[in-house]
Ligand binder design. Structure first.
Ligand SMILES: Nc1ncnc2c1ncn2[C@@H]1O[C@H](COP(=O)(O)OP(=O)(O)O)[C@@H](O)[C@H]1O
Ligand SMILES: [Mg+2]
Length: 315
């Protein structure tokens, strides 16, 4: 048995002139969480849809637990759980009946299914709402139920596509903790997100995807090493501050590696924050701008993304 649960080979998806996924190669080790981190439109959902055998690749292939997504989709479907970004729930049915429906669809039944449903309702903290219709649920509750659906048949590898977007903090926390629990129980997880913090918290390995291309992958340590020993400085300015001009001025300092403007913020990467800070403040003051606050961060995935693309991950 290979130590890899998933391995892609030049996976590609073309929509007319747009290459949504461009010869993507990555692999996931059994029992690990792999995060696909990238901004909106990077190609995360398209990648997951192909790996879930819901969308045919234009080119390339992937092997999941030894089976090709192109040649053996049914074998692949048996070992994966797919939690889509869009909910697949029946609003008029209660939580339990939704799970029963999907369980029956995947060939489960009887006492095994009932036991599994109870177990999963506990796990996603919806046991007390088991008999309530889904239409009465909050977004976060629906998302948790959707995850339970994806886990019903005890998949070896579960795909979660941005499961925390637009939900309450408690649901988000439960989902993140659950990903770690599942990993500790031996499941492998492919998790997509555009939140650097989530990738940082969860991942054994991270793939950074941008414009359909995998631009870097590895453990978090490996990725941080790409940036070198760089600190990230975030200088927050008042509204209407000319952040683009400030960034340009900062770039001219000898020890500044990169300086990028966001709204009311300039993000600077430098080898040593403390030694450059006085010069940055002097430039800001000279330009008549007041620095409202400063954050100093050691290298993180955001810095890696910035380093590789010249853009901030958070738009
Ligand atoms: N069915 C489709 N037809 C045409 N273009 C699509 C289709 N689905 C996705 N795309 C495009 O492919 C790119 C990647 O989309 P997607 O995989 O959804 O990105 P992400 O999930 O990272 O936000 C985007 O530019 C998107 O507009
Ligand atoms: Mg998406």
């Amino acid at each position: 048995m290979s130590r890899l649960i998933l391995e892609t080979a030049d996976l590609r998806k073309q929509y007319g002139d747009l290459t949504a996924v461009n010869q993507v190669n990555f692999s996931i080790q059994r029992g690990q969480v792999f995060s696909l981190l990238g901004p909106n439109g990077a190609g995360k959902s398209t990648t997951i849809s192909m790996l879930s055998c819901l969308l045919s690749p234009s080119d390339g292939d992937a092997t999941i637990d030894g089976h090709s997504i192109v040649n053996a989709p049914n074998k692949v479907k048996a070992v994966i759980g797919y939690v889509p970004q869009d909910l697949a729930l029946y609003n008029k049915l209660n939580a339990k009946h939704n799970l029963k429906f999907w369980g029956t669809m995947s060939g489960m039944g009887g006492a095994t299914l009932n036991k599994r449903i109870d177990e999963l309702l506990e796990r996603v903290e919806l046991a007390d709402r088991a008999n309530d219709r889904v239409e009465t649920f909050s977004g976060g509750m629906k998302r948790r139920l959707n995850i339970a659906v994806g886990l019903l048949h005890r998949p070896k590898l579960v795909f979660m596509d941005e499961p925390t977007v637009g939900i309450d903090p408690q649901s988000r926390r439960r989902i993140l903790d659950m990903v770690k629990e599942l990993r500790d129980e031996g499941m492998s997880v492919l998790y997509t997100t555009h939140y650097m913090e989530e990738a940082q918290e969860l991942s054994d390995e991270v793939g950074i995807i941008d414009h359909g291309k995998m631009i870097a992958q590895g453990t978090q340590d490996e990725l941080r090493r790409l940036v070198g020993e760089q600190d990230t400085l975030r200088l927050h300015f008042t509204e209407d501050a000319p952040t683009a001009d400030l960034a340009t001025s900062f770039t001219q300092l000898p020890f500044v590696s990169t300086a990028n403007a966001n709204e009311q913020e300039v993000v600077v990467t430098v080898p040593d924050a403390a030694s450059v800070l006085p010069d940055l403040l002097a430039i800001a003051t000279e330009a008549g701008q007041r620095v409202r606050s400063i954050d100093i961060e050691e290298p993180n995935l955001e810095a890696v993304f910035l380093h590789l693309t010249g853009r901030a991950l958070r738009e």
